[in-house]
Design a protein around this ligand. Sequence first.
Ligand SMILES: C[S@@+](CC[C@H](N)C(=O)[O-])C[C@H]1O[C@@H](n2cnc3c(N)ncnc32)[C@H](O)[C@@H]1O
Length: 272
Amino acid sequence: MTTNKVDFSAVRWGSVEWTNLCTLYLRACESRLAQPVLGDHAAAEAVDRIDYDFKRMHRASQPWANQFLVGLRAKQLDDWTNPFLTRHPDAVVLHLGCGLDTRAFRVRRPETVDWFDVDQPGVVELRRKLYDDGPGYRMIGSSVTDAGWLDEVPTGRPTLIVAEGLLMYLDERDVRELLQRLTDRFEHGEIDFDTIAPIGPKLSRLFSNGMVKWGISDMSAVERWIPRLRLIDRVPAYANYRTIPLAPQRLLLGFFNATLAGRYDVLNQFRF
Ligand SMILES: C[S@@+](CC[C@H](N)C(=O)[O-])C[C@H]1O[C@@H](n2cnc3c(N)ncnc32)[C@H](O)[C@@H]1O
């Protein structure tokens, strides 16, 4: 990991890179609580090394509640990742749409695992200012919808694919093609990703320039597209709100979880 101070002042407000910095910042804030849910200390170390106007970001990102929205989702995906790596110390991991996330440094990753963090070239360029490739860890700058980057990844080993906050930004056709390509290429493993409800793209057309493109609630459709995929778990993103250490936020996310909002953002674990 790079230890020098790194200048992120060129990150444009509201850009994809800014969004990634925002979620990194929220995870860093959460890790500084006395009893964090996620405890992403690698995020805190990364934020400490970044030169940026974090006061302004703090005002915009509202860590008060948002740190737990981000933290609970990441924690569930980590809780699926860790047992996979324990069961398969020879695993290959593809972390798609990684942004600036520190999952590779946060989970219990045996030295024998090969981990690939994949995101768009511009995001990976920024990421490289913070982290270095090393034994068992590599970054790939490519769209996941391009086929070529997969040639850089070894096959014939148990494969874990994690995509957090990614697939809803792809067209359904691209999601299908990606899942097909991944399951054709790798013999067996798991694919864990979050999805948002079908109303997501409609709301996004009204409020966020149609950024959100794919929404789904019936995951049996995914099993029909790719018969090798079997849904083994499905957990609303805020289902573990009881682990939140602060009472007002626990109540708020408990309310979200009990209402339709609880079914808006859901985490899915598939085996193949
Ligand atoms: C909402 S961010 C989530 C980042 C990270 N997973 C996190 O939780 O902090 C979505 C990420 O998906 C990436 N992304 C979107 N479309 C992509 C594509 N076609 N190929 C690779 N990455 C993509 C974006 O660049 C961005 O880094």
